[in-house]
Design a protein around this ligand. Structure first.
Ligand SMILES: NC(=O)c1ccc[n+]([C@@H]2O[C@H](COP(=O)([O-])OP(=O)(O)OC[C@H]3O[C@@H](n4cnc5c(N)ncnc54)[C@H](OP(=O)(O)O)[C@@H]3O)[C@@H](O)[C@H]2O)c1
Length: 390
C-alpha cells in the first residue's frame, strides 16, 4: 500500500526498486504538475511515448495516482501550493508544465508558488496552462493574443486566470525562469466534462441551447493541446510569450452538441431553445481566502488525512439549498432545460479565437481534426457507458 501524505507534504517519489526509467539522457526532463487531471492524464499518455523527452508526472496525493501508477512512470507526489516540497519534486527537471487547477485563490497562489519552485529547482522554463477565458467566456469580436486583459468578468474563474497570468508575468521579470503561457478554449476529448455533461443532459431530457447553438465554441481537441504544450516546452526563443491555441476549424455550439445528440439517437429537437438567462456576477468566497492563510495550513496539518477526505466527501454530497418556489418540487420531477452561467456566456460567443501567433512562433498545427476528435470522444463515451452497470 502507498503511504498517505504526511502532514508536512514532503516529496514522495516512485520507489527505485521498480527499476530505472529507460529514456535517453540527452532528452529534456519535463515535469507535469497536475498529471492526474483530464489534460494531465492525456499529456502523460502521449508524452511518455516519445523518445525525445522524459516526462515526470507530479500529483498531489497518493489517491491521485490511481490511473498513473498502473504504468512504470517516474511519478512524484508533492504539494502544489508550497515552494519547498514542490522545488524538491522538480529537482533535476529542465522544464515544468503546469496543468493543475484549484479554486480561484489557489489558482493565483499556485502561479507564484510554481514560479518560485521552478527557480529554486533550476528549472529553465515554465509552461503555464492559462485559458482563453482570460478574455471572458463570451470574448468580443477581434480578440487575439494582443488584446489587453481585464478582471471584471462575471465568473470568478476567469478573473483568477487573469490574476494568475499577471502574477506570473510579474515574477518572470527577474528572468530566473522562462515563462510561456497557453490559452486553450473548450478542451474536449475522452474523459472530458464537455462530452459527459451534454450527454447526461440529453439522456435526462433537459438539454438546451441559446439561439439554436449558433454561437462559436472555441474547441481544442485534447491531443492538439498536448501538441501545443510540447511545442511550448521545447521551442527556443519564445520566453515571455502567450499563445491562444485551438482547433483548425471554426465550430459552432450546434456543431459541437448535435453529434453528441445524434450519437445517442436524438436530433436537434432534443435541445430546448432557451432565452438568454440573467445572472448576477459570482462573488468570491471568504472561506477560499481563508484557506490560503498559515492558520488554515496549520489546522489542516493537525487533522488526519482520512478524516479530511471524509469531511470533503460529505460537503461535496451535501445538497445545495435552493430558494423560492423551485425548492418544493417532487424529487421524481424532470428538471427543465437550463444553462449554467458559464455555458450561457460561452454560447453567446461570436468569435473564433485565432491561433496564428502559435502557428507563427511555435509552428503549431493541430494534428487532429475536430471531426476526428469528436469521433474519438464519442467512442470513449460508448466505452464508459457500456462499462456502467445497467
Ligand atoms: N478542461 C478545459 O476545458 C480547460 C480549458 C482551458 C484551460 N484549462 C486549464 O487546464 C488546466 C487543467 O485542467 P483540467 O481540465 O485537466 O482539470 P482537472 O481535470 O480538474 O485536473 C486538474 C488537476 O489539478 C489537480 N487539482 C485539483 N484541485 C487541486 C487543488 N486544490 N490543489 C492542487 N491540485 C489540484 C487535480 O488533482 P487530483 O486528481 O488529485 O484532484 C488534477 O491533477 C487548468 O489550469 C485549467 O484551468 C482547462
Amino acid at each position: 500500500m502507498l503511504p498517505g501524505p504526511p502532514a508536512a507534504h514532503p516529496t514522495l517519489a516512485r520507489p527505485a526498486s521498480q527499476g530505472p526509467m529507460s529514456t535517453p539522457s540527452s532528452s529534456p526532463k519535463i515535469a507535469l504538475i497536475g498529471a492526474s487531471g483530464f489534460i494531465g492524464l492525456r499529456t502523460t499518455e502521449i508524452l511518455t511515448q516519445r523518445a525525445d523527452l522524459t516526462l515526470i508526472p507530479l500529483v498531489r496525493s497518493p489517491a491521485s495516482l490511481a490511473v498513473l501508477a498502473r504504468q512504470a512512470l517516474d511519478w512524484r507526489i508533492a504539494s502544489f501550493v508550497e515552494v519547498a516540497p514542490l522545488a524538491a519534486a522538480l529537482k533535476g527537471c529542465d522544464i515544468c508544465i503546469h496543468a493543475a487547477i484549484g479554486d480561484a485563490a489557489q489558482i493565483v497562489h499556485m502561479a507564484k508558488v510554481t514560479y518560485d519552485a521552478c527557480a529554486a529547482a533550476g528549472v529553465r522554463r515554465l509552461v503555464w496552462l492559462s485559458s482563453a477565458s482570460v478574455f471572458g467566456q463570451n470574448c468580443p469580436t477581434g480578440t487575439d493574443d494582443s488584446t489587453p486583459l481585464h478582471d471584471r468578468h462575471p465568473l470568478i474563474y476567469n478573473n483568477a486566470k487573469v490574476h494568475a497570468e499577471r502574477a506570473l508575468q510579474k515574477c518572470a521579470r527577474d528572468r530566473r525562469v522562462e515563462l510561456v503561457m497557453l490559452r486553450p478554449g473548450v478542451v474536449f476529448g475522452p474523459r472530458s466534462r464537455w462530452i459527459t455533461d451534454p450527454a447526461a443532459d440529453l439522456r435526462a431530457d433537459r438539454a438546451g441551447w441559446l439561439n439554436h447553438g449558433k454561437g462559436i465554441c472555441n474547441t481544442i481537441y485534447v491531443d492538439n493541446l498536448v501538441e501545443a504544450m510540447r511545442l511550448a516546452a521545447i521551442t527556443p526563443g519564445v520566453a515571455g510569450e502567450t499563445f491562444i491555441v485551438g482547433d483548425a476549424e471554426t465550430v459552432t455550439w450546434r456543431e459541437f452538441l448535435l453529434p453528441i445528440a445524434q450519437h445517442l439517437g436524438l436530433d436537434e429537437t432534443a435541445f430546448t431553445d432557451l432565452p438568454v438567462p440573467a445572472f448576477a456576477p459570482e462573488r468570491a468566497s471568504r472561506f477560499t481566502a481563508f484557506t490560503l492563510t498559515p492558520a488554515y495550513a496549520r489546522a489542516g496539518q493537525a487533522v488526519p488525512y482520512r478524516l479530511k477526505r471524509i469531511v470533503k466527501g460529505v460537503l461535496k454530497a451535501w445538497p445545495t439549498p435552493s430558494s423560492g418556489a423551485g425548492a418544493w418540487v417532487l424529487r421524481s420531477s424532470a428538471k427543465p432545460a437550463s444553462l449554467t452561467q458559464e455555458l450561457s456566456l460561452l454560447q453567446q460567443c461570436p468569435w473564433k479565437l485565432p491561433h496564428a501567433h502559435a502557428t507563427a512562433r511555435l509552428g503549431y498545427q493541430p494534428p487532429v481534426t475536430f471531426a476526428e476528435g469528436m469521433k474519438r470522444s464519442l467512442a470513449w463515451l460508448d466505452f464508459v457507458t457500456d462499462a456502467r452497470p445497467a
